[in-house]
Design a binder for this molecule. Structure first.
Ligand SMILES: NC(=O)c1ccc[n+]([C@@H]2O[C@H](COP(=O)([O-])OP(=O)(O)OC[C@H]3O[C@@H](n4cnc5c(N)ncnc54)[C@H](O)[C@@H]3O)[C@@H](O)[C@H]2O)c1
Ligand SMILES: O=C(O)[C@H](O)[C@H](O)COP(=O)(O)O
Length: 381
């Protein structure tokens, strides 16, 4: 039997890992060396720095993070110590792509921004960025990507960073890296931000530190033509709140927070653990019921033209305006008490169940063949 210490915010952690031993759930943000000293297995999310300070002297043999990102884990240290590791590659990639589409659809509804006829530049073409690239291309949007670390034949066209920054919409999906041939930290500093074209939309749902947030704060008052949407911030949870009024949409690092994406993360790490300890019980998968379109809204959707249909679907499954409103209200109120960082974490901890629309099938009477194809592409992200 293993002793498993897991972040209390991992959905179904107890139910899933109980098959392997004793599960102790703890708040991830404050996990200390004493909490993990006699654990065999540590299961975290992105808010726990996993490094020598946490693990030295412990008997931890495997670390799993139920996230895509790994910038909170000292992988070199784990390797040196012979501690096994797994993240959950792609677990919430669909959710992040849906976040981007929901954000663009929100801009159509509020600013008549016809995103389907714009150019989109994607920075980082991995599980998230690559999926977004394919989805948008299938929706007939002109897309280009920048990713110096993958084969230039993977996506067409792949261009230089400057060309991506000259697009109407720029989406960041690179991990946060500080070393290597192309470190991404502050990849968008003041010089790069200055390259954004007039009226551009900038979306960061990767990691906060890929954009120099101070540079953004410096630039935005002079560039009111820009629409900036941030899901991720430097210094989370203690983010610079003076950015909020300058942003069109602000959300507390929840782009990947579909219930489907979170549960997939738990399940992927469970399976990696079973493989690592050679337990042969990789049956920890949870399958969620398929989503369907609510009957009471069917008539309205059938009559909708393309942008309206996209807007109805995105708002039904994920109304990004609600997250933006709650984030601003909660952080502003908590700031008056000097507790905005706690509020940031609470917003994430108490995040409501959000289901992905991926897999929904809808044939709409009001759409012609081309429009129906675009809708199908959006539904099958
Ligand atoms: N906001 C959220 O809720 C959320 C959810 C999931 C993932 N993320 C973040 O998004 C990142 C990307 O996720 P993913 O699943 O696509 O990861 P991935 O590892 O599959 O892909 C990352 C891609 O970025 C590329 N890349 C690395 N450095 C780069 C650079 N300097 N310039 C351009 N491209 C670069 C890599 O070559 C790779 O193709 C994660 O690392 C994570 O930090 C955020
Ligand atoms: O890297 C990821 O998978 C995402 O950023 C993920 O949604 C982070 O969520 P957290 O671990 O902070 O709860």
């Amino acid at each position: 039997m293993l002793k498993i210490v897991a972040d209390e915010n991992i959905p179904l952690a107890k139910e899933t890992f109980a098959a392997l031993g004793e599960v102790v759930l703890l708040p991830g943000r404050n996990m200390q060396a004493a909490d993990v000293v006699d654990a065999d297995l540590l299961v975290v999310r992105s808010v726990t720095p996993v490094n020598q300070a946490l693990l030295a002297g412990s008997q931890v043999k495997f670390v799993g993070t139920c996230t895509i990102g790994t910038d909170h884990v000292d992988l070199e240290y784990l390797d040196e110590q012979g501690i096994g590791f797994s993240n959950a590659p792609g677990c919430n990639a669909v959710s992040v792509v849906e976040y981007v589409i929901a954000a663009l659809s929100h801009l159509w509804r509020n600013q008549q921004f016809e995103f389907l006829s714009k150019t989109v530049g994607i920075i980082g073409l991995g599980m998230v960025g690559g999926r977004l690239f394919n989805a948008l291309q299938a929706m007939s949007v002109e897309v280009m990507g920048y990713d110096p670390l993958i084969d230039s034949g993977c996506y067409t066209p792949m261009v230089e960073l400057e060309q991506v920054l000259a697009c109407d919409i720029v989406c960041i999906h690179a991990p946060l890296t500080k070393t290597g041939p192309y470190p991404s930290e502050h990849m968008l500093a003041i010089e790069q931000l200055a390259l954004l074209k007039t009226g551009a939309v900038l979306i960061n749902a990767g990691r906060g530190g890929v954009i120099d947030n101070r540079a953004l704060l410096q630039l935005l008052p002079q560039r009111q033509d820009l629409t900036v949407i941030l899901d991720v911030f430097e210094g989370e949870p203690a983010i610079d709140l003076s950015l909020l009024p300058l942003l069109t949409i602000a959300t507390p690092h929840i782009a990947g927070y579909s219930f489907d994406g979170k549960v997939a993360g738990t399940s992927m790490v469970y399976q990696a653990v079973c493989q690592h300890f050679d337990l042969g019980v990789a049956d920890g998968g949870v399958s969620l019921a398929a989503v369907s379109w609510p009957e009471e809204q069917a008539e309205c959707l059938q009559k909708a033209a393309l942008y309206e249909a996209i807007s109805l679907i995105t708002r039904c499954f994920y109304d990004i305006a609600n997250d933006d409103k709650t984030t601003r209200q909660s952080l502003t109120a908590a700031d008056k008490l000097g507790r905005a960082d706690e509020a940031f974490d609470q917003l994430r901890k108490q995040y409501p169940v959000r289901r992905q629309w991926q897999g929904l099938t809808l044939e709409l009477d009001a759409l012609d063949e081309g429009e129906q194809r675009i809708l199908n592409a959006m539904l099958s992200i």
